[in-house]
Design a protein around this ligand. Structure first.
Ligand code: APR
Length: 235
């Protein structure tokens, strides 16, 4: 049985919870071009619009719930850890559905809707409500410098050292619900393979990097993930 597993999740795992994926929406994120709401340049050009956009996304989290895939991964993580192994969940998602599904150890490489930071003093904080261009930083009190802790295009993803270490040590790498279009996450399968891991893709359709996976199971994450978790825990 695999004892040391790295999971990479993407928007597809939250689709059945009612959160829209990116690449099914014609390059738009909730009707906005990504350059407008997911780049530092877009934020500089119109901070009011960008703050409002993330306030709406943050508020929308209250209307969705984890699905069977999130819950199955949380169970896998706790049962494998109880047997002395490890399951690291690396997610590109900025929602909190892995945690609300019960997962304890989740690395959000593209940031989190429910976190903010201050561009003046780099103070990071959990954040549940709205942020405006008038919100003062909780630490340095500067006004206008609090922004969502979301990794925008052109910015460096979070936790890369820990992710690289985990990829080099895992014996199984599983990619779930991601199109494989955005690097560096799209390259993780090759890193894991280079270090000798088995690789599995669970997705609705073959991803862009599908040829690098040893095995592919197509279907909705709400079906494929619980079935795969059952296999692993029984094996
Ligand atoms: N079950 C499994 N897979 C699904 C489901 C489902 N119910 N619904 C959709 N998918 C698959 C799609 O077929 C697609 O391959 O999930 C994938 C979603 O791909 P994207 O929308 O490109 O999302 P993701 O790969 O997470 O995007 C990566 O791009 O815009 C940036 O920063 C953003 O983190 C995001 C990154």
């Amino acid at each position: 049985m695999s004892k040391n597993i790295v999971i990479l999740s993407g928007a597809g795992i939250s689709a059945e919870s009612g959160i829209k994926t990116f690449r099914d929406a014609g390059g738009l994120w909730e009707d906005h071009p990504v350059e407008q709401v997911a780049t530092p340049e877009g934020f500089a050009a119109d901070p009011v619009l960008v703050q409002r956009f993330y306030n709406l996304r943050r508020a929308a989290l209250k209307t969705v719930t984890p699905n069977a895939a999130h819950i199955a991964l949380a169970r896998l993580q706790s049962e494998i850890r109880a047997r002395g192994g490890d399951v690291m969940i690396v997610t590109q998602n900025v929602d909190d559905l892995h945690e609300r599904g019960g997962a304890k150890y989740v690395l959000h490489m593209h940031g989190e809707l429910k976190r903010v930071f201050c561009t003046a003093c780099d103070f990071h904080a959990d954040w549940d409500g709205d942020v405006s261009v008038d919100t003062p930083c909780l630490a340095c009190r500067t006004v206008g410098t609090v922004r969502p802790d979301i990794v925008w295009f052109g910015e460096i993803p979070h936790h890369m050292d820990a992710i690289d270490r985990a990829l080099s040590q895992c014996d199984l790498f599983v990619s779930i619900g991601t199109s494989g279009a955005v690097y560096p996450a799209a390259g993780f399968v090759r890193v894991a393979k280079h270090y000798g891991a088995q690789t599995l893709e669970l997705n609705l359709e073959p991803s862009e990097g599908n040829l690098y996976f040893d095995e592919t199971r197509l279907g909705k994450a709400g079906n494929t993930v619980p079935a795969w978790v059952e296999n692993i825990l029984a094996g």
